[in-house]
Each structure stands twice: as C-alpha cells, then as structure tokens.
Design a protein around this ligand. Structure first.
Ligand SMILES: *Cc1c(COP(=O)(O)O)cnc(C)c1O
Length: 229
C-alpha cells in the first residue's frame, strides 16, 4: 500500500473511531451519524484514495468544483456545503444529493422553480450572528418558514450551521445546542408534517461535540488529510 493510502486509511479509521466514541458518550447508535468528506482543498489522488477506502459521501463548497467532481466520480454522492448563487441553481441540481447551504427564501424559490420533483435541502442558519457568516439569522428563518416549507419543489430535511472558528471545541457547543433546539421548535410548529431529520454540524475541530449535540451529518476536511501535502 502506498504511503498516501496508508495515511488516509489511518486518518479515516481515527475519525470513525472518534465518531463511534462520541456516539457512545451521547447514547446514540453509531449508524445515526454520517461522515461527509470535505474535499475542497484535496487533489485528485486524495479523493481517489478515499473512494478506494470505501467513503461514498463527499462535500464541496464551490458549485463549479462540485459539478466537475461529480462528473468525474459519479459513483459517490456529492453534497453542496457552500454558498449557492441563484444563477447557478439549475446547473448544480442534478449533481448534488443534498444542498446544505440554502440561506435565503429567494434561493429556495429559485430551486423550487427549477426542480423536477422535490429537491432535498437544508437551511443554513447563522446562529452566532457573525456578519462574515452566511445563513439565515434565526428570526428571519422563523418569519419565512411557512412560505419556505410550502414551496412545491423543495423538501426541507433539516438545518445546517457553522460554529465560529476556535481552538476550543467546547466553544462550539452552545451553537450546536441552539441549532438542535431551533430544529425542535420548527418541528413542533409543523405538527408532524415535517420530520426535519438532519442536523449538519461539526467540522474537523468540533465534530465530536456536534455529535454529542445531535449532529446527523458531520463535514470533515482537514482531519482526514493530516500528514499529507
Ligand atoms: C471547509 C468546510 C468544512 C470542513 O472544514 P475542516 O475544518 O477542514 O474539517 C466544513 N463545512 C464547510 C461549510 C466548509 O466550507
């Protein structure tokens, strides 16, 4: 086995082990969390390595790169996790299994108009209120929620957020707790019509905390590629 593959294999195993441990701590079943490998900075060989190791969920933050990579590796599933402009909505639709980053009613409307069938999406929430972050402010999401979930061409599957950058994973915990509680509020408001099963939260530095707080999708990049250059 090449040293690239050995390093990837070790990193993937370490991430899987820590995911299982976080599930154990939280009393959750290990199958309730899915790892999405974020490949935005990964060259071709790293992606091929991860695919050969059996990973099948990948995330990209730029629509154009996602479209290219999905065409190259259609055997795995591609998640869009970064900002989407309305004029790119149509071209990205057929390439992605889930759009995590719907951050405005107008974008949701565009996706709904363009869709054939129902496109699964997550609403990105700017929990921390940092100006540099994309996502619906909480109040705005609450105020557009009924219109958004009434659009015929989309299926809102849950929420996504990014915690502020910090060296301390515990700093992210209140943000993740907040997202889960907001999901519970929205679920109650839908009175059984919307299950909102997905919470996309947690990155390399804080995914274990995110799992303890209920993440079902974690988006991990740099941790998988440690030791590679
Ligand atoms: C880059 C990125 C990630 C992964 O970040 P790492 O710290 O490398 O794990 C997760 N989510 C989004 C939206 C990203 O852009």
């Amino acid at each position: 086995m090449s040293s690239l593959l050995e390093t990837l294999k070790r990193n993937v195993a370490a991430v899987h082990e820590s995911m299982a441990e976080a599930c154990r701590v939280a009393g959750r079943s290990p199958g309730s969390v899915q790892l999405i490998a974020v490949t935005k900075y990964a060259p071709i060989e790293w992606i091929e390595g991860l695919i050969s190791l059996g990973l099948d969920q990948f995330g990209e933050n730029r629509p154009q790169q996602l479209i290219e990579r999905q065409a190259r590796w259609p055997q795995v599933q591609w998640h869009l996790i970064g900002h989407l402009q309305r004029n790119k909505a149509k071209s990205v639709l057929s390439a992605t299994v889930l759009i995590h980053s719907v951050d405005s009613l107008r974008l949701a409307e565009r996706l709904s108009e363009t869709a054939t069938g129902r496109v699964p999406i997550l609403c990105e929430v700017n929990v921390s209120g940092e100006e540099s972050k994309d996502g619906f402010p909480r109040e705005e999401l609450l105020s557009v929620w009924d219109r958004l979930t009434g659009l015929p061409g989309i299926e809102v599957r849950g929420l996504m957020t990014m915690a502020p950058f910090s060296d301390d994973p515990e700093a992210a915990r209140p943000v993740f707790t907040h997202l889960r509680e907001l999901r519970d509020v929205l679920r109650a408001r839908a009175e059984g019509r919307l299950a909102l099963p997905e919470l996309s939260m947690g990155m390399s530095g804080d995914y274990e905390v995110a799992i303890q707080e209920g993440a079902t999708l974690i988006r991990v990049g740099s941790r998988l590629f440690e030791g590679l250059e």
